[in-house]
Design a protein around this ligand. Structure first.
Ligand code: ZN
Length: 314
């Protein structure tokens, strides 16, 4: 895929910011070389040279790069001409995440599209694939950016990334992910287990919990997100049931079928789960396609209605 002029321009801006950080500080030439090598070879990278986390230089650069990323902006004429009123991160989403069906790389939910003047762009948070805290040299690298939904970006992350870069590479290969793939689709590796009884809501067909791949997913906080997403599905469902006159398993089934039918989530915006109609749909089908799941839900509905005393099912 050839790069658009907008993306090339943004790459240039990021590179210039990166240079500013390393050149305006008192860094030994040998260190500068390492940091530059890392930056230039990313994402085709075999070893990372700059990772002495205990050094004072590492700590000060970590702060500087993080700061620069947090306050990314560009006020040049050229930027204005290309992107109008968009801020830097929006401009990045506009030129980089060009597929309008963009999904959060972690949970897989569709991301919203925003519009400013005539520019449509994916409304995403920018997440770093390699964490800035451990690899600050990639804090300003466009290929280290991935689009994520707000919930995933702000969700609780694991406290420890891998000790070595090799483990990270192993994780990527177990997950069939290549850093050069755009967009990153970690979510392709798993599905959700909707059963209320199951402890693990994230289903990974082939990875065990000791594998690097699973640890990476855990680092990004995805198992916890799965718990939240699924409990949200149940909350929404019970909220709907509360407002419906359900008095028999058959009427429960009819309600679910109506919900699963096309465009229901669009007509009932407030009940959809953010932009995850596909998760919601899977959830409904999971109940509808299994007699025992439907029966279990019916039992819950009965308990629920007894407790809220909304109406009495006998
Ligand atoms: Zn997400």
């Amino acid at each position: 895929m050839t790069e658009s002029s907008e993306l090339k321009f943004l790459r240039g801006v990021l590179r210039e910011r990166f240079d500013k950080v390393i050149k305006n500080n008192q860094i030994a030439l040998a260190e500068i070389k390492k940091i530059e090598n890392d930056y230039e070879s990313f994402p085709h990278i075999n070893c990372i040279e700059f990772n002495d986390e205990s050094s004072t230089l590492f700590k000060s650069l970590k702060d500087l790069f993080e700061e620069k990323f947090k306050h990314l902006k560009c006020e040049s004429q050229e930027f204005k001409k290309m992107f109008g009123d968009l801020n830097f991160k929006q401009a990045f989403c506009y030129s980089y995440f060009t597929d309008k069906q963009y999904r959060c790389c972690f949970c897989g939910q569709l991301l919203e599209i925003s519009k400013k003047n005539d520019k449509e762009f994916v409304h995403a948070d920018i997440e770093h694939i390699l964490p800035k805290s451990k690899y600050p040299q990639f804090a300003l690298h466009p290929d280290n950016f991935a689009p994520a939904c707000k919930e995933c970006n702000q969700g609780e992350k694991g406290d420890k990334f891998f000790d070595t870069f090799d483990e990270f590479k192993k994780a990527l290969s177990q997950l069939n992910v290549n850093l050069t793939d755009k967009p990153l689709k970690l979510w392709k590796n798993y599905s959700f287990d909707f059963s209320k009884l199951s402890k693990t809501k994230l289903k990974l067909n082939y990875l065990n919990k000791e594998s690097e791949g699973y640890k990476l997913i855990e680092y990004y906080g995805i198992p916890k997100r799965a718990d939240i997403i699924i409990s949200h599905c149940y909350d929404i469902l019970f909220n709907i049931i509360k407002h419906s006159d359900i008095r028999s398993p058959a009427s429960l089934e009819r309600l679910l079928e109506n919900m699963a039918s096309s465009n229901w989530h669009e007509l009932n915006d407030g009940y959809s789960i953010n932009n995850s109609p596909q998760i919601w749909q899977e959830f409904l089908e999971w109940i509808l396609y299994s007699e025992s799941n439907l029966v279990a839900l019916w039992e819950e509905v009965k308990d629920y209605s007894r407790n809220v005393n909304n109406y009495l099912i006998t």
